[in-house]
Write a protein that binds this ligand. Structure first.
Ligand code: 3PG
Length: 310
């Protein structure tokens, strides 16, 4: 992984840093809001397959409207583009629904602690499936990542196997998504439009599965209950989780146009710290010191990992 070549002088270099800083801050802030509303919705309405579908549907609709009204220019795509996008969308769908199922079963902080182990999955998949080799320090950095995640998992007060496995599956799926999208992200389609197309194709893939796993009958009955438990503003929670899901992903893909995959993965880990801390405060999640220690070790490991890859 290498940063993109620096093409301009010191002034525009500083401007670029400010721009990336703004992308990162926006990405993290949007992600924190998404995670909070997503969990509020799941607590009242535990249908993660539907809420995952709604997030994708909302993003797809927002982008279609932007294209039709010419707020954003629609990309020029051909069959080849959609064919290359398919495996990316499949991995995105699996990673998204698995993370949402996880968050419906465990604390948001726990899902994100496990998800901070994503670099370990990336190295293991690249090593064993793609035959890529890494310098020894990269492998060593996996020890605190895996050890920290394991410590956090065994000391988690509200451990749940589906919650744990969902986060693990999400890690694996997102590693494949990143590998496939490296091949598929073309220069002619911007990060924003690439993510828009990804949402649309993922929506097509996910909808039949969401209907098969949960289905309209369950959704309708649960909806009535959530409305009577929470009140009419429950609808706004659903809107918020859907809109913010799209926005944070859109900004993260826009920043991918500007930064290397490595800088992106460091930004993603820092994003998880803000989500873990804010969700623990907002949801009063009980945390034991040893549990927090596990999370800290895992996150420290991801920093060692990024250092050793540089
Ligand atoms: C999702 O619902 O897709 C997950 O919350 C995504 O997690 P991430 O974008 O933080 O990896």
């Amino acid at each position: 992984d290498q940063s993109k070549p620096i093409e301009a002088g010191a002034g525009s270099e500083a401007a670029k840093k400010v721009k990336i800083g703004i992308y990162f801050a926006t990405w993290w802030a949007l992600n924190v809001v998404f995670n909070i509303y997503n969990k509020k919705v799941l607590n009242a309405y535990p249908y993660p397959w539907l809420t995952s579908t709604l997030s994708l549907a909302c993003g797809s609709l927002m982008m279609l409207v932007s294209w039709v009204t010419r707020i954003a220019e629609a990309p020029k795509t051909d069959f080849e583009f959609w064919k290359t996008l398919f495996p990316v969308a499949l991995a995105h769908t699996i990673g998204h629904v698995a993370a949402t199922v996880s968050m419906s079963k465990v604390a948001v902080s726990f899902t994100h602690i496990i998800k901070s182990g994503e670099p370990a999955f990336s190295v293991l998949v690249s090593r064993f499936l793609l035959g890529e080799t890494f310098p020894v320090p990269v492998y060593l950095s996996l020890l605190p990542i895996i050890g920290g995640c394991a410590l956090a998992a065994v000391t988690e007060l509200n451990f749940n196997m589906i919650g744990f496995m969902g986060a693990m599956i999400s890690n694996l799926a997102f590693v494949f998504r990143n590998i496939f999208s490296k091949k598929g992200m073309s220069k002619s389609v911007s990060g924003m439009n690439y993510y828009a197309c990804l949402s649309m194709l993922s929506l097509v893939i996910l909808t039949p599965f969401a209907i098969a796993v949960e289905g309209p009958q369950m959704w309708a009955a649960g909806w009535q209950k959530a409305l009577s438990d929470i009140g009419p503003h429950f609808v706004w929670w659903v809107v918020a989780q859907s809109v913010f899901y799209h926005l944070y992903n859109q900004v993260s893909y826009m920043s991918l146009d500007e930064i290397s995959p490595l800088t992106f993965s460091i930004g993603n880990t820092m994003k998880r710290i803000s989500v873990i801390v804010s969700s623990i405060i907002i949801f009063h999640t009980p945390v034991q010191p040893v549990n927090a220690l596990g999370a800290a070790i895992a996150i420290f490991g991801t920093f060692l990992y990024s250092q050793s890859k540089q």
